[in-house]
Design a protein around this ligand. Sequence first.
Ligand code: NAD
Length: 393
Amino acid sequence: MRILVLGGDGYLGWPTALHLSQRGHEVAVLDNFSRRLWDHELGAESLTPIETLQQRVAVWRQITGKIITPFIGDLCDYTFLEPVIRDFQPEAVVHFGEQRSAPYSMIDRQHAVFTHVNNVVGTLNLLYALADHAPDCHLVKLGTMGEYGTPNIDIEEGYITITHKGRTDTLPYPKQPGSWYHATKVHDSTNILFACRIWGLRATDLNQGVVYGVETPETTMDPRLATRFDYDGVFGTALNRFLVQAVVGLPLTVYGKGGQTRGFLDIRDTLACVEIAILNPAPRGELRVFNQFTEQFNVAGLAEAVREAAQEFGLDVAIHHLPNPRVEKEEHYYNAANTRLLDLGLKPHYLSETLLESVMRVVMHHRDRVRPELIMPAVNWRRTHNPVLPTEE
Ligand code: NAD
């Protein structure tokens, strides 16, 4: 199939593009390198050294003979996006191209507004381009489990059937986003559902859990194909951050009580889920929702798992509880459905000591690049201004 990967220079977009190319699809990637710019803004960088997109694509071609076409530009710029969709004529678009850090969106008003414009306008432009130039194309959009929040009832996959005052309907599941970033994903879901209804587009919203891990079968074919690995307080996700803290001898920093429960998945399962969604497209006119995670953990449990895995390397790791910089429940009910991808054939890689140890080996290999001062949380949800930028210190 002809597949366009938006955000194809990012943590998940690049390995997804490689995976799909390896499986014989015709792949193009689109990115405006804003993620690299946000690193410059925050004075941070990926733990794994990453090549430029041009170099990545050239190395892939050298090794496999396969071509990945890069399109460089901003989804918010319609004069750029429209001809890409019109001329490439994708049969599937995988949309990873958004600002995806909750703390980044909570820095201050400017970052909240930027995240909204970038994510909501980028997706809206995409919906228009698809409606006008590729209406049969299947949009596979990355959403997040964070759209649902932590309700005191089971979380369903996108929709819930409710009987109210004697009448019954199946409606979008209630959303309770936990940051301005998560709110943009809710707005996207609303807009995609509407576009499917009025224009007959087809879409799958992959409400993804927190991803961990860094290596995939394709990225390990050459060090120059490595994907990024973020561990800083703004872009690093919990498990990746804990692994870095363990390796450099810092206590693992759990926010609050650590009873916050979330869905998680291995980066290799992200690639598998995206491929499953592409190969089983949603029917025209439908926004289908899959909850894309394989296991639920609470943050304290994850820290404990990292502490145990670190012992295998002779590392003695402490766990500290910090005052929670976020506004969230620290002890709560959490039970989310995730059967639809499994029904379509997903074979999950569950979190095991072997996986933790293999990521820890990657971190150890790059330990000289770790900047410990970047790991602590610098963005507090209760403040409207957070002085996180290096120039403001
Ligand atoms: P990332 O920041 O590493 O990659 C996103 C890419 O999109 C970057 O390369 C960035 O430059 C690009 N991009 C952003 N805005 C753009 C624009 N306007 N035009 C063109 N390109 C743009 O993020 P990631 O971790 O790979 O996440 C990818 C997607 O998956 C995001 O939508 C995110 O919300 C979702 N997701 C990620 C996780 C996770 O744990 N990483 C969990 C749940 C959902």
